[in-house]
Design a protein around this ligand. Structure first.
Ligand SMILES: *[C@@H]1O[C@H](CO)[C@@H](O)[C@H](O)[C@H]1NC(C)=O
Length: 230
């Protein structure tokens, strides 16, 4: 295929951005016959439901944006079979629940954006099988606890943001098997203590943001007060 033709075919962008769009549901197979689609922009609608298979047969899709909608639940397999998806953004929805397997079968996903939702818990396995995930954005939710294994099996994760949640306790196992993070932010939560063992699990060149928590700075917290708040 000639270079020009290839360039023409590479970008097919659907933009449904007008404020009065009233799309509420993406049915299974909605975009099925668009094998050249590589960006799908569905932000600023009233979407509250994405049926399983809604995005099936989009072999080269790289960007799927569902920001500013009304999605409440991410079902298992909601985004299955998107072999080239690199960026999935769900900023500013009403997501309360992420079911295990919600993001399964996304072998190339690099950026997953879930900030400004109503997520309260992260089930174990919520982010399983995302071998290339670099950035996981979970700030401005209602997360209260991080269960053990929440972020296991993310070998390429570098940026994890959990600021502006309601996190009170963190199971030390939550960060077991974590990859070498570059940046970890858990500012403006409700943490009064952090299991010190967590710090042994992080690489030494990490940037950690812990401000805006009601820390009880007694001797158990000494390594944090010396190293992190300076
Ligand atoms: C989605 O929105 C439509 C239209 O407002 C409504 O009829 C439907 O019940 C909603 N579905 C869910 C799952 O909230």
């Amino acid at each position: 295929m000639g270079r020009k033709l290839r360039h023409v075919l590479i970008f097919l962008l659907i933009i449904l951005k007008e404020p009065d769009n009233q799309i509420t549901t993406i049915p299974a197979g909605a975009f099925e016959n668009l094998p050249k689609l590589n960006k799908l922009q569905l932000s600023n609608n009233q979407i509250n439901t994405t049926d399983p298979g809604a995005f099936k047969n989009l072999p080269i899709l790289e960007l799927l944006s569902l920001d500013n909608n009304q999605i409440t639940t991410i079902l298992a397999g909601a985004f299955a079979n998107l072999p080239n998806l690199m960026q999935l953004t769900l900023h500013n929805n009403q997501i309360t629940t992420i079911l295990a397997g919600a993001f399964a079968n996304l072998p190339n996903l690099r950026h997953l954006t879930l900030n400004k939702n109503q997520i309260t818990t992260i089930p174990s396995g919520a982010f399983a099988n995302l071998p290339n995930l670099i950035q996981l954005t979970l700030h401005n939710n209602q997360i209260t606890t991080i269960p053990a294994g929440a972020f296991a099996n993310l070998p390429n994760l570098r940026h994890l943001t959990l600021n502006n949640n309601q996190i009170t306790t963190t199971d030390p196992g939550a960060f077991k098997n974590l990859p070498p993070l570059k940046r970890f932010t858990i500012s403006r939560n409700k943490m009064s203590a952090i299991p010190l063992s967590i710090f042994c699990l992080f690489p030494s060149d990490i940037t950690i943001e812990l401000d805006g928590n009601p820390w009880q700075c007694d001797c158990r917290m000494a390594p944090i007060s010396v190293n992190t708040f300076s």
